[in-house]
Design a protein around this ligand. Structure first.
Ligand SMILES: NC(=O)c1ccc[n+]([C@@H]2O[C@H](COP(=O)([O-])OP(=O)(O)OC[C@H]3O[C@@H](n4cnc5c(N)ncnc54)[C@H](OP(=O)(O)O)[C@@H]3O)[C@@H](O)[C@H]2O)c1
Length: 146
């Protein structure tokens, strides 16, 4: 089993990514900021599918929180999976919500991306079939600006 850390998994793209990544047999350490209930919902969705997940709080805007987060990740890896390393890091926390409204009109497919449009792609990217893809910047945008 491989382990992925997926940040911002209490809703939206991160939640879909965590669920899709777990559905392919990976363990997931997922993070939330304020929405603990959403993160626990994500854990429940994963466990309902037979997967394994741990939810940890993380504020990426507070660097003082990074050392305790690192300790919490180490504890989760040790206690849940009896290991001390993880395999994948997926950052899905929100950064630019103000740019969203104008995107659909500029997209060839004529709509905004749904969480599963991104989550399923990321899960596929972490699979064995994509193991030789590394250090790439891949646009997943429904044909933005074609
Ligand atoms: N290209 C497209 O078509 C498209 C469409 C949709 C979204 N997006 C992009 O995808 C990204 C995610 O969007 P989304 O719809 O999934 O957003 P969302 O549902 O609002 O999820 C945002 C996540 O980020 C977390 N977060 C917010 N502030 C944080 C902080 N300071 N530290 C750590 N985590 C934090 C939230 O945690 P809490 O809720 O627990 O606080 C939540 O889990 C955004 O950058 C958005 O612009 C692109």
């Amino acid at each position: 089993m491989k382990i992925a850390i997926v940040s911002g998994s209490s809703s939206g793209v991160g939640q879909s990514t965590a669920v899709q990544v777990a559905r392919r047999g990976n363990g997931v350490i997922l993070t939330y900021h304020g929405n603990q209930a959403g993160a626990l919902e994500t854990v429940a969705m994963i466990e309902k599918d037979g997967g394994a997940a741990v939810a940890l709080p993380l504020d990426v805007g507070n660097t003082a929180a990074f050392p305790p987060f690192r300790e919490a990740v180490a504890a989760a890896l040790r206690d849940r999976w009896q290991r001390d390393t993880f395999d994948f890091l997926v950052n899905a926390f929100e950064r630019f919500p103000e740019v969203i409204p104008g995107l659909a009109a500029k997209t060839a497919l004529g709509r905004l991306g749904e969480p599963d449009d991104i989550g399923m792609f990321i899960a596929a990217l972490l699979s064995e079939e994509c193991r030789w893809i590394t250090a790439q910047d891949i646009e997943v945008s429904g044909g933005y600006n074609l």
